[in-house]
Design a binder for this molecule. Structure first.
Ligand SMILES: C[S@@+](CC[C@H](N)C(=O)[O-])C[C@H]1O[C@@H](n2cnc3c(N)ncnc32)[C@H](O)[C@@H]1O
Length: 283
């Protein structure tokens, strides 16, 4: 199908005709509005009031390509190279996981509970959404973050610079290397999807997001075990550990934390959808 003319209303029709049957109508409308806002700076009201306006060739082409990519299940955030997290705009590409709302919930808890905390470490930082949001809200804290992926660290560094935050990023394979230094708070949203869950993932996720960020190895909770063990040497007394969890393995992670005898308290917390999603432990 072609776009009938350069008019905005015709590119809006094009989004619907290309994406109909692939996404629910409400999602098509939401994605179209985000794309139009990103390319033209038009609000939803503008989309109605300015529907008869002719777009220039360059904007028309950007929106046309966007609809075509969405049809091929490319996530909108990768197409636009941006994702919103904790009211901040992050640059993203397909080397990093698209930040999720559940992780925003965790960051909100961490920021509210650690107003006077001095040092934070985020393990498996991806886009850097966690450390940048924390540093933005706790400007006097020292914030460090690591990842095994050089490409992800480049994205995280770019986001730290875009938000004028000073964060110490370093490359680290958490499964095979140790960490220098001690921290008041350690956070991780590690890869936690079991291989057998792959069939349940959408095409957007499985075909476009980095598998390094998604999947665990043979042991479904290997990352959690390593990070809990690390708390022996790298988490300060009275320090806190926060994890984002897979509800399917949450209890195994909690048991491992309890059996480590490192913590005075270990709790599981639910996300807004009612799923057990987070762990909080105090040393
Ligand atoms: C689920 S993503 C989380 C990204 C980001 N923190 C977020 O919440 O959006 C997990 C991250 O762990 C990183 N990772 C995978 N294996 C790792 C390892 N062995 N050591 C350190 N980081 C690793 C991946 O590159 C990915 O960025």
């Amino acid at each position: 199908m072609r776009v009938a003319s350069n008019k905005l209303k015709h590119i809006l029709d094009f989004f619907h005709s290309e994406l109909n049957g692939i996404y629910p109508t409400s999602e098509i409308e939401a994605m179209t509005a985000i794309a139009v806002y990103s390319v033209l700076g038009f609000s939803k009201t503008d989309m109605v009031l300015r529907a008869e306006e002719n777009l220039n060739q360059s904007d028309l082409l950007k929106l046309y390509d966007c609809a075509k990519d969405l049809k091929n299940h490319v996530p909108l955030q990768y197409i636009l190279k941006e994702a919103w997290f904790y009211n901040l705009k992050f640059y993203v590409n397909n080397n990093v996981l698209i930040p999720r709302p559940e992780t925003e919930e965790l960051v909100d808890v961490i920021i509210k509970e650690n107003k006077t905390t001095h040092s934070f470490l985020d393990i498996g930082t991806g886009s850097g959404c966690i450390p940048v949001s924390i540093k933005k809200n706790s400007s006097s804290a020292t914030v460090s973050a690591c990842d095994i992926s050089k490409a992800a660290l480049q994205v995280a560094q770019k986001n730290a610079e875009n938000h004028k935050t000073n964060i110490h990023f370093f490359e680290k394979d958490i499964l095979n290397e140790s960490i220098a230094g001690k921290f008041d708070v350690i956070i991780s949203n590690p890869p936690y999807i079991k291989k057998e869950e792959a069939a349940t993932l959408s095409k957007q996720v499985i075909e476009h997001e980095p598998h390094l960020a998604l999947f665990t190895g043979e042991d479904d909770i290997v990352f959690y075990k390593k990070i809990i063990d690390l708390c022996k040497t790298s988490l300060n007394e009275k320090g806190h550990l926060y994890f984002e969890l897979n509800p399917l393995t949450a209890n195994s992670v909690k048991d491992y934390a309890l059996n480590s005898n490192l913590f005075s308290s270990v709790e599981l917390l639910k996300d807004m959808s009612g799923n057990v999603r987070f762990l909080r432990a105090e040393k």
